[in-house]
Design a protein around this ligand. Structure first.
Ligand code: ATP
Length: 807
C-alpha cells in the first residue's frame, strides 16, 4: 500500500515538475524568437541607423559613437539570445524525462532531509530558489552514484559534507510517463541496468548517465591527476565513461574550458561517428576528434607519404610468406620501443655535434649556398645553444645571405632577358610607383634648391631619369619574385634534409651504434635498414617510422606545441606506442591526459601495456601525477559470453560478468562440402534476425578475408550484407562483414566469427584478435570452422559453449 502511495506521490511530483517545465518553455519561446527577430532586425538596419558624415571632426565622432552604440546593443541582444536558446534547449531536453534518480539526504547537524532529484541538467522553480532538478554533475549528485543508503559524504569546494542517505530511488520516465521506479539499497540497483543492457545494439553509442557505476564515477570525476590511466576489460564502459567525463569537465570548468580545448584520439573515423551523439545528448558540444594518423599526415606534409596503420596491420596479418617479413616485424617492434626512443635521444646529441644533413640552395642551375657552407656556419655557433636555437640562427643567416644575393642578382644577364617577357601589367605597376617616386623626387629637389638658393628650382623634364629608374625597378621586381620561393623554403626549414638525417641512422650496425651512443640493435638489423631506406627512397614511410621520423624532425627544428588544448583523451590507448605518447605529451604541454584501454585487446605490435608496474605510460608524467583505475566488470555481453571470452585470456578470470543471461556461445563445425560453409552462416543470420536481432556482424581476421567472405555470402543470397572497410566513415546498424581491427570499440547484437579455425588463429599473437572479435557480441556469439578449431578455442572448458556439428 505504502509503495502505491509512493508511486502516486512521485507521479504527482512528476506532473508538477513537467508543468513547471512547460510553463518555462511557454515563457521562453516568445522571448527566444523575439530576441532572434530583434537581433536580425538590428543587423539588417544597422547602417540605416548610422549616418556617416565625416565632414567635420564632430560629425566623424558622432558617426563613430552611433556605430559603437549599435554594435553594443546587437552584441548584448545576441548574448541574451544565446543564453535563452541554451535554456530553451535544456528545458526541451528535460521535458520528456526530467530526472532519473532521487536521493534523500540528511546533512549532519541539520534537522532536515532534502530530496534531490537528478537529471541531465539543473532546473529551479519560478522564484529560482528551489532546485526541482539537480544536474548529474553537481557535487551533491555524486552521492547518487557512489553510495548506497546509509552514512555518506560528498566533496564540495568548501570541503567535505557528511550526512546520511535515507533513500535512493531510480526512475524510468519516458515521454513524460513514469514507467517504473526502483528503490536501491545497494549502489545503483541492477533492475534498471538489466533493463538498459538487455536492449539491442544501436548505430550510435548511448549515454549511461542514469546508470553510471561507482567505479566509473571515479573516472568521470577525477580532476586531480595529470595522467589518468584506465585499464578496463572489454565492455567495461571505458568509452562510455570517458564521454561522461568530458561532459563533467565541461560543466565543472565551464568558465574556463570550452569544448574546442579538448581533443579525443579515436581509432578510426567510423568509431568517431559511432560516439558522436553522446555529448549532444548530454547537452554539450562535441569536442574535437581525430586519429593519430591525421596528425601524422598533417605534420609530415605532402613530401612524404606515411603508411596507414591499418595497412600495416593487414601486412602483419597476411604477409607471413613474403620475403623480409620477419625483419619487418622486428622493425615494427623495435621502432615502437623505449629502447629506440632512448637511441633517438642520443642521436639528437650526436646531431648537435655533427651529422645534420643540409640541402644547398640552388638557383638557376647554380649552387648559391652550398651544404658545406651551411655546415661551416652551423658549426660556428656555440655548442651550448640547443640544436633548434642554432638552426634558427642558421635560418636568420640564410635569409640575410639571400638578401645580399638578391641585390647582386639584379645585374645578371638573365634578368635583362626576362625583361622582354614582362607583360603590360608589370609595366603599369612600375609606372605607377615611378610617378609617385617622381613627385617625391621633385619635392625633395625643390626643398634642396630653396635651402641653397632661397629660390624655386627650375626643374627640367630630364632631371628624373624615368628610363633608368624603370629598368632598375623592373629588375628588382623580377629578382624578388624569383627569390620568393627560396625564402619560403628557408622559412620552412627546408634547408635541413630531415629525410637524409633520418636515413643515416639506417646505414649499418657500426654507424648506428656510433651515432646513438652504443644502442643495441634488434635481430635482422641489416634487413630492417634496407627496408627502411627502400621506402624512404620512394618518398614513403612505414607506419612504424612515422612518429620516430617526426621526433627527429623536432629534435632539429624544435617542438611543435598546441597550448590551447587543456584535456587530451586517448581511447583504445593500448594501441599507441611509447613514441606516440611522448609525442602527444610534447604537442599538448598544458593538457591533462586520460588514457583508456585494454591490454587484452592489444592487437597492434607497438602496443603499450597500460597497467604494468613499470609501464612507460606511468613514466610520462611520473608516478605522483598519475592515477590508475581498473575496471573489471563487463557490461556489454551476457554472462555466458563473458565466461567464454575471459577464459581465452591468461589472467582473464578476474573479469567479472554482469548477471544477464542468454544462450551459451555456439561452435559450429561445418565440414568441407562445397558451399556448405556459407550456407550455414546465411541460415544462422536469418535465424538470428527472426529472433529480433538487428545488428549482426560477421567478423573476419583481415580485410582480405572480409572481401572473400562478403563475395561468397553475397553469392549465397545475403543481399542486405554490407562490407566494412577502412574507408567506411559511418557506422550503421544492419548486417555486415568487418575485419576485427575495424570492429574495435563497437558492438553488435550478434557476432559470427567467420573462421575460428586453427589455420586462421594459431599464433600467440592471434589470441587477442580472436578475443577482441568475440567480445564485440552483446547477446549472441557464434564461431565457425570447417575442421579444426583454433587452439585458443580448443583450450576452453567444454561447459562454456554448445557445439553444433553440422557434418
Ligand atoms: N554504467 C553503465 N550503464 C549502462 N550501460 C553501460 C554502463 N557501462 C557500460 N555500459 C554499456 O556497456 C557497453 C560497453 O561499453 P563501452 O563500449 O563503453 O565499453 P569499453 O570498455 O569501451 O569496451 P571495449 O574496450 O570492449 O571497446 C555499452 O553498450 C555501454 O552502453
Amino acid at each position: 500500500m505504502a509503495e502505491t502511495n509512493d508511486r502516486l506521490w512521485e507521479k504527482e511530483r512528476l506532473s508538477h515538475v513537467r508543468q513547471e517545465l512547460q510553463d518555462r518553455l511557454d515563457e521562453l519561446e516568445p522571448q527566444v524568437t523575439g530576441l532572434a527577430d530583434q537581433a536580425a532586425d538590428i543587423r539588417k538596419r544597422f547602417w540605416e541607423e548610422v549616418t556617416i558624415n565625416t565632414g567635420s571632426y564632430t560629425d566623424f565622432e558622432e558617426a563613430f559613437y552611433t556605430i559603437n552604440q549599435q554594435s553594443r546593443v546587437l552584441a548584448e541582444r545576441e548574448r541574451v539570445h544565446k543564453m535563452l536558446v541554451q535554456q530553451w534547449k535544456s528545458v526541451n531536453r528535460l521535458l520528456p524525462s526530467p530526472y532519473f534518480g532521487r536521493i534523500d539526504f540528511k546533512e549532519k547537524g541539520i534537522n532536515f532531509t532534502e530530496q534531490i532529484y537528478i537529471g541531465v541538467s539543473s532546473f529551479t522553480d519560478k522564484e529560482g530558489l528551489n532546485f526541482l532538478i539537480y544536474d548529474w554533475r553537481t557535487p551533491i549528485a555524486s552521492l547518487y552514484y557512489d553510495h548506497a543508503s546509509g552514512p555518506s559524504s560528498y566533496e564540495t569546494l568548501m570541503g567535505r559534507i557528511e550526512g546520511n542517505v535515507e533513500l535512493k530511488r531510480q526512475f524510468q520516465i519516458q515521454g513524460g510517463q513514469l514507467l517504473g521506479m526502483f528503490d536501491a539499497s545497494e549502489t545503483i540497483g541492477d533492475a534498471l541496468l538489466q533493463e538498459v543492457l538487455s536492449k539491442g545494439a544501436s548505430s550510435q553509442m548511448k549515454s549511461i548517465v542514469a546508470t553510471i557505476q561507482k567505479e566509473q564515477n571515479a573516472i568521470i570525476r577525477d580532476d586531480r591527476s595529470r595522467m589518468l590511466i584506465v585499464q578496463g576489460a572489454a565492455g567495461s564502459g571505458k568509452t562510455s565513461a570517458v564521454l561522461q567525463r568530458v561532459a563533467y569537465l565541461l560543466y565543472k570548468h565551464r568558465e574556463t574550458v570550452k569544448a574546442d580545448q579538448m581533443v579525443l584520439f579515436s581509432p578510426n573515423p567510423m568509431f568517431a561517428s559511432y560516439i558522436s551523439t553522446v555529448l549532444p545528448e548530454l547537452g554539450e558540444e562535441n569536442i574535437q576528434q581525430t586519429t593519430f594518423q591525421e596528425y601524422l599526415n598533417y605534420w609530415l606534409g605532402s613530401s612524404l607519404c606515411p603508411e596507414d596503420p591499418l595497412d600495416q596491420m593487414e601486412y602483419v596479418l597476411t604477409a607471413g610468406e613474403e620475403a623480409g617479413y620477419a625483419a619487418r616485424l622486428e622493425g615494427i617492434r623495435y621502432k615502437a620501443s623505449a629502447a629506440f626512443l632512448e637511441a633517438l635521444k642520443n642521436y639528437g646529441q650526436w646531431l648537435g655535434r655533427e651529422g645534420i644533413k643540409f640541402v644547398g640552395i640552388r638557383f638557376r642551375e647554380r649552387e648559391f649556398i652550398t651544404s658545406t657552407q651551411m655546415r661551416a656556419q652551423f658549426s660556428s655557433y656555440d655548442e651550448k645553444l640547443s640544436l633548434p636555437s642554432r638552426i634558427l640562427l642558421l635560418q636568420e643567416w640564410l635569409l640575410k645571405e639571400l638578401t645580399l644575393l638578391e641585390k647582386q642578382e639584379r645585374h645578371a644577364d638573365w634578368v635583362k632577358e626576362e625583361l622582354n617577357y614582362l607583360d603590360a601589367d608589370d609595366f603599369a605597376d612600375v609606372y605607377r610607383s615611378l610617378h609617385k617616386e617622381k613627385a617625391v623626387f621633385e619635392v625633395a629637389e625643390q626643398y634642396a634648391a630653396r635651402e641653397h638658393t632661397g629660390k624655386r628650382a627650375d626643374l627640367d623634364e630630364g632631371a628624373f631619369d624615368f628610363v633608368e629608374r624603370e629598368e632598375e625597378l623592373l629588375r628588382r621586381n623580377i629578382v624578388k619574385q624569383m627569390f620568393k620561393p627560396l625564402r619560403q623554403r628557408v622559412r620552412k626549414f627546408k634547408f635541413v634534409n630531415v629525410q637524409a638525417t633520418y636515413e643515416q641512422l639506417f646505414v649499418d650496425e657500426v654507424a648506428y651504434k656510433e651515432r646513438t651512443d652504443g644502442a643495441d640493435v634488434p635481430p635482422y638489423w641489416d634487413e630492417i635498414c634496407k627496408q627502411t631506406i627502400n621506402m624512404l627512397h620512394q618518398n614513403k614511410l612505414f607506419h612504424e617510422d612515422a612518429t620516430p621520423y617526426l621526433y627527429v624532425k623536432e629534435i632539429i627544428e624544435g617542438v611543435r606545441v598546441n597550448t590551447d588544448i587543456r584535456y587530451v583523451f586517448v581511447d583504445e590507448g593500448q594501441d599507441y606506442s611509447v613514441f606516440q605518447y611522448e609525442y602527444i605529451k610534447k604537442l599538448f604541454p598544458r593538457a591533462r591526459m586520460t588514457v583508456l584501454g585494454d591490454f587484452g585487446q592489444a592487437i597492434y605490435m607497438q602496443s603499450t601495456e597500460l597497467a604494468a608496474a613499470n609501464s612507460s605510460l606511468t613514466g610520462l608524467y611520473g608516478e605522483k601525477e598519475t592515477k590508475l583505475i581498473r575496471l573489471l566488470q563487463s557490461y556489454r555481453s551476457t554472462r555466458e559470453i563473458v565466461e567464454f571470452t575471459r577464459a581465452m585470456l591468461p589472467g582473464g578470470e578476474e573479469i567479472i560478468a554482469f548477471d544477464r543471461r542468454d544462450q551459451k556461445p555456439q561452435l559450429i563445425q561445418t565440414g568441407t562440402a562445397d558451399g556448405q560453409y556459407d550456407a550455414f552462416i546465411c541460415r544462422d543470420v536469418a535465424r538470428l534476425h527472426a529472433e529480433g536481432f538487428q545488428s549482426i556482424a560477421i567478423i573476419t581476421k583481415t580485410a582480405a578475408e572480409s572481401r572473400i567472405a562478403y563475395e561468397s555470402l553475397l553469392a549465397h543470397g545475403m543481399e542486405k550484407l554490407k562490407l566494412i572497410t577502412k574507408e567506411t566513415e559511418r557506422f550503421e546498424k544492419g548486417w555486415m562483414v568487418i575485419p576485427v581491427y575495424l570492429a574495435k570499440g563497437v558492438e553488435f547484437d550478434a557476432v559470427l566469427v567467420y573462421d575460428a579455425s586453427a589455420e586462421r588463429y594459431s599464433e600467440e599473437y592471434d589470441r587477442k584478435l580472436l578475443y577482441t572479435a568475440c567480445t564485440r557480441a552483446m547477446h549472441r556469439l557464434h564461431l565457425y570452422a570447417e575442421k579444426h578449431w583454433s587452439p585458443f578455442v580448443q583450450a576452453l572448458p567444454e561447459g562454456l559453449y554448445e557445439k553444433r556439428d553440422e557434418v
